[in-house]
Write a protein that binds this ligand. Structure first.
Ligand code: CA
Length: 296
């Protein structure tokens, strides 16, 4: 489950959070590959992606940082089983292993996970992700700077100042989250930092759209849309990602638009055929009439 960054205007007005800019590295833009292939045929990937070739295979990327800082390093990955993982090292320092990565159920679905508190140095950084087990497919990396606003002084405090975390009427803060609110939130505006790719890839020629018969069979069998989680899965997790859901909803709307355009084309062709058949029928009827009543 990806962790979208919610920028609440009320927090900004209190000076409790500040906007940071995430940066994207396409997985295929590596500086070094060892046993990993670049592939380009995977549905729902943004451009190309990496296909890990087995235990110990790795890919490296170069990332320039303007300063020493800690970041969250997120990845968009896919794995069709629950025995694959990745180990992260930056500049030779290990930041731990994510293994096994949560199964994405099929290779055409992608998930986001990441490592928090990853230290980058000013200047160039070498990021390496090494396969544990067979390794997953990898579409992209995101570098999300931490809120570097100082001490952890904000819990349940209403004071002005700098905060790394904030709990409002909440007894606990789940790991990897920065803000927990027990109760509703009202605000004039919510912006979600884009960590997903905007799904206009649906309109590219390489995006494979199931034909409607296949889609009907899938729905009949699984009782949910392809590439989306089932109600049982969402209920089990107990939450869903608002940003990711919106991106996926747009993806499905764009797919529906493609189906509608295709059906319109087929309808137009059928109408043309029907009109041609009507014309032929009229000619035949006229010929029949003439032959039945020959003029004398
Ligand atoms: Ca990619």
């Amino acid at each position: 489950m990806s962790k979208m960054c919610f920028l609440f205007s009320f927090l900004l007005s209190l000076g409790l959070a500040r906007q940071t800019a995430a940066q994207t590295i396409q997985a295929e833009n590596t500086s070094k590959l060892s046993g990993v292939k670049v592939q380009s045929t995977h549905a729902n990937a943004d451009g190309s992606y990496l296909d890990y070739g087995g235990e110990g295979t790795y890919a490296e990327w170069q990332f320039a940082s303007s300063t020493d800082q800690t970041v969250e390093l997120k990845i968009k990955y896919s794995t069709g089983n629950s025995s694959r993982g990745l180990k992260l090292t930056v500049n030779g320092n290990s930041f731990g292993t994510k293994s096994p990565l949560t199964n994405t159920d099929d290779w055409e679905d992608w998930e986001i996970t990441g490592w928090t508190n990853v230290a980058l140095q000013a200047g160039n950084n070498t990021i390496r992700l090494t396969a544990v087990g067979a390794g997953p497919n990898l579409d992209r990396l995101n570098i999300v700077p931490n809120d570097d606003s100082g001490d952890n002084g904000g819990e349940n405090s209403g004071a002005q100042g700098s905060f790394n975390t904030l709990r409002v009427n909440a007894n606990s803060l789940p790991s990897a989250y920065k803000v927990a609110v027990n109760g509703g939130i009202i605000t004039d505006e919510v912006r979600i930092q884009l960590n997903e790719y905007w799904p206009d890839y649906v309109f590219t020629p390489t995006y494979s759209l199931l034909d409607l018969t296949e889609l009907a069979q899938f729905i009949q069998q699984n009782k949910h849309l392809p590439g989306r989680k089932s109600a049982t899965e969402v209920e089990k997790e107990g939450h869903f990602d608002l940003g990711q859901l919106n991106v996926k909803l747009l993806e499905k709307i764009e797919e529906l638009t493609r189906y509608a355009i295709e059906q319109d084309k087929e309808n137009t062709q059928l109408q043309k055929k029907l009109k041609a058949q009507e014309t032929r029928l009229k000619v035949l009827e006229k010929a029949l009439e003439t032959s039945s009543n020959p003029k004398k």
